[in-house]
Ligand binder design. Structure first.
Ligand code: ZN
Length: 199
């Protein structure tokens, strides 16, 4: 059994909501697409890695992975709603009403299922010590609705992941320069060589 290495690259999204959406890889090519959460043990492992890689968004926090099959399915449904909402918003410069509504309904259910009396604070001012991974994704996603943040969401031209470009002049071209930037460079090199040899 090979475990996923939940390393910094897999948290290139820059916000928990986007990192969650990026747990399906090769979304642009359905025949190649792979769901990193097809084994629910990986959700646990993602949740604990997210606490450290998303510390800049959340501070010190523990994300609790769903403990039941229905909780797992709800998280996947939320993940797909987040992906649709933001991916289409980037491509079409605005939310689709249906996607927005789907997200808000799931968000309402997730937040409503929290313990009575729990406070709810959006990052970056979150002071939660522990919250469900779904609640974290919802709050992170709500935070991205702000136009100043929304306009910084991009789609990586190599791997099609969603990521938040927080660079000052919005110049980030890849989800991860070290991975996708280098792959694109290698590809350009290969094509140039190919052209020289009449391929
Ligand atoms: Zn990429």
């Amino acid at each position: 059994m090979m475990w996923i290495d939940w390393n910094a690259h897999r948290f290139s999204g820059g916000a928990l909501a986007l990192d969650l959406a990026n747990t399906v890889i090769f979304r642009q090519a359905p025949e190649r697409a792979q769901d990193r959460f097809s084994n629910s043990v990986e959700v646990e492992r993602f949740a604990s890695a997210a606490a450290s890689f998303r510390a800049s968004e959340w501070g010190s926090v523990t994300f609790i992975a769903p403990q039941s099959q229905s909780g797992h399915l709800n998280l996947l449904e939320l993940r797909e709603a987040i992906n649709r909402l933001f991916r289409v918003a980037v491509l079409e410069e605005g939310f689709k009403a249906q996607h927005f509504s789907d997200f808000l309904q799931l968000a309402s259910t997730v937040i409503g299922s929290g313990k009575n009396g729990d406070g709810v604070i959006l990052p970056p001012f979150a002071r939660h010590r522990a919250l469900s991974l779904s609640a974290g994704a919802v709050l992170s996603g709500l935070n991205l609705l702000d136009p100043s943040r929304l306009s910084r969401i991009k789609i990586c031209p190599n791997c099609h992941w969603l990521y938040l470009d927080e660079s000052r002049n919005r110049s980030r071209r890849w989800c991860d320069m070290a991975v996708c930037g280098n792959r694109a460079k290698a590809k350009r090199h290969y094509h140039r060589k190919g052209a020289e040899h009449g391929l």
